[in-house]
Ligand binder design. Structure first.
Ligand code: CAA
Length: 274
């Protein structure tokens, strides 16, 4: 990440974004991140995800909503398959070359993947609401990116696919937990191990999409959702998202306590006029 001396971290430059196949537009409280490589169906590379992490680390403080989408008719065809070739992609390291020639260890690959996962993890931050606007294919890492968001709005032509096992791999970009949380382990096993495409309507039924709309209605529906989210008090939204995120892992008693703690804090803030 670029850091001015003693100053705040700087956001990625246009050149960095372009090399990462990303576009970023920040307007007041809304940041729009677009995966931008339509000629390769918005296939992504390691740099896409490290730059996504950089975007998350340097978002202006007043950003509350992040909308993720893909340029053109596809959300994303997942990892650029060139990443598995010995030469890698656009000067980026190959995922396999070092293991093949013995210059990388499995531990080093784990560290590398941890860096890539940072591009997905920040999308869960309680002070943000993240929205995936999905049209066309969301395959592999593309599906995992959509799963990392709080809200998925799908065009009716959307198709979700966890392709990794069909390629001899596992989904490793933080998608397995939200998938299981949403559909349960049995359906998740079926979806992943068949690597089948889940269409938009089925995704809606399974809870993998909060909304499914006609393709031409996608931008307007996303804008309406953003406006509705922005109408909610920011501090209350942040505290509520934090509360909801811990609910599944808590007992009822623990969650009741978490509610009390959060509410007392909110009431104190309201009483102070904050
Ligand atoms: N990587 C690199 N290039 C890709 C790509 C990918 N993932 N997906 C598509 N492209 C390229 C194609 O090679 C093609 O390039 P050329 O024009 O130079 O031939 C171009 O994009 C258009 O592709 P198609 O003609 O196939 O487009 P389509 O609209 O008919 O099909 C698609 C779209 C269904 C997404 C299909 O391209 C496809 O299945 N792509 C591969 C998907 C895939 O296997 N992704 C990896 C999943 S695993 C993962 O993401 C995570 C992990 O860690 C393993």
């Amino acid at each position: 990440m670029t850091q001015a001396s003693n100053g705040p971290a700087l956001p990625p430059t246009e050149e960095e974004l372009s090399r990462a196949r990303l576009k970023l537009a920040v307007e007041g409280p809304v940041a729009r991140v677009t995966i931008s490589c339509p000629e390769r169906r918005n296939a992504m590379t390691g740099r896409t995800w490290t730059t996504l992490a950089h975007i998350g680390q340097t978002l202006p403080e007043d950003v509350r909503i992040v909308v993720l989408s893909g340029e053109g008719d596809t959300f994303s065809a997942g990892i650029d398959l060139g990443m598995f070739s010995p030469e890698g992609v656009d000067g980026e390291r190959s995922m396999v070359a070092g293991l093949a020639d013995g210059t990388s260890t499995e531990a080093e690959i784990q560290d590398y993947i941890a860096g890539l996962q940072e591009g997905f993890l920040w999308l869960r931050r309680p002070d943000l609401v993240t929205v995936a606007a999905v049209r066309g294919h969301a395959i592999g890492a593309g599906f995992q990116l959509a799963l990392s968001c709080d809200i998925r709005i799908l065009a009716d032509d959307a198709q979700l696919c966890m392709k990794e096992p069909a390629l001899g791999l596992v989904p490793d970009l933080t998608g397995t937990k939200p998938l299981v949380d949403i559909v349960g382990v049995n359906r998740a096993v079926e979806i992943c191990l068949t690597a089948r495409r889940v269409g938009a309507r089925e995704a809606g039924t399974l809870g993998l999409a909060e909304l499914v709309v006609a393709s031409d209605e996608l931008p307007g529906t996303v804008d309406d959702a953003v406006a509705a989210l922005l109408a909610t008090d920011r501090e209350a939204a942040t505290a509520t998202k934090a509360l909801l995120q811990q609910a599944a892992g808590n007992t009822l008693q623990q969650q009741a306590e978490a509610e009390r703690v959060a509410q007392a804090s909110r009431l104190a803030a309201l009483a102070r006029g904050v």
